[in-house]
Design a protein around this ligand. Structure first.
Ligand code: PGA
Length: 218
């Protein structure tokens, strides 16, 4: 099984997200060995969930959840709010610490809430020294210098380096290992054939449905 996670970050309007999904679904061929998880901005989640309701192996996830569960936290979107709507979430993306100054402690608290609400989580680490909660389903390795500036064409890490880091992590047998950082339609083949990598977190190259499909179909 390979996992393809689209991380749209803070891009698109509702209309553009609908057009993306229409193009995606027109060209998407379900494959039981591939799971697709699309993580749009929060406001588009429900509409996109409706659009994929008849499509096999496609899911909508969130890019983050609040560190709070419920209460007087204006503007926050919590695991409780998202329960019954999503089953997957990204936790601890490095852009949360870079721009929102979130600590590892905050990521761990969010992770606990995601776990409590039964979300499978893509828990991001930047290097082999980053801790991760032992129960997470997916550990996602994204070195900061590999993340693109938005076009998916940055300094992706060579497969050898990725596998070396994975070994150092000594993951539990059930924990899946995801790679992210400038994965695109040109470099994905090298990764795809490696049994060491269970999936990909794709930012810039997922913004265009044709590029995202090219990665899935590689
Ligand atoms: P990128 O982003 O594919 O544009 O490098 C990946 C990510 O940060 O999730």
């Amino acid at each position: 099984m390979k996992y393809f996670i689209a991380n749209w970050k803070t891009n698109k309007t509702l209309q553009l997200s609908i057009e993306w999904m229409q193009t995606f679904l027109e060209n998407y061929v379900p494959n039981e060995n591939k799971k697709i998880i699309i993580c749009p901005p929060f406001p588009f989640i429900s509409k996109l969930n409706e659009m994929i309701s008849q499509s096999a192996h496609v899911y909508i996830g969130s890019q983050d959840i609040s560190v709070y569960e419920q209460g007087t936290y204006t503007g926050e979107v919590s695991a409780l709010n998202l329960s019954g709507i999503i089953k997957y979430t990204i936790i601890g993306h490095s852009e949360r610490s870079l721009h929102m100054h979130e600590s590892t402690d905050i990521s761990f608290q969010k992770s606990k809430l995601a776990h409590k609400y039964g979300f499978a989580q893509f828990y991001c680490i930047k290097n082999e020294n980053d801790p991760y909660p032992p129960y997470v389903e997916f550990v996602c390795y994204e070195a900061i210098d590999a993340i693109s500036t938005g076009d998916g064409k940055g300094n992706n890490k060579p497969l050898k380096i990725i596998i070396g880091l994975k070994r150092k992590l000594a993951l539990q047998p059930n924990t899946k290992f995801i790679y992210g950082g400038s994965v695109n339609e040109n470099n994905c083949k090298e990764y795809f054939n490696s049994p060491e990598i269970d999936g990909f977190l794709i930012g810039g190259a997922s913004l265009n449905p044709q590029r995202f499909l090219a990665i899935i179909n590689s």
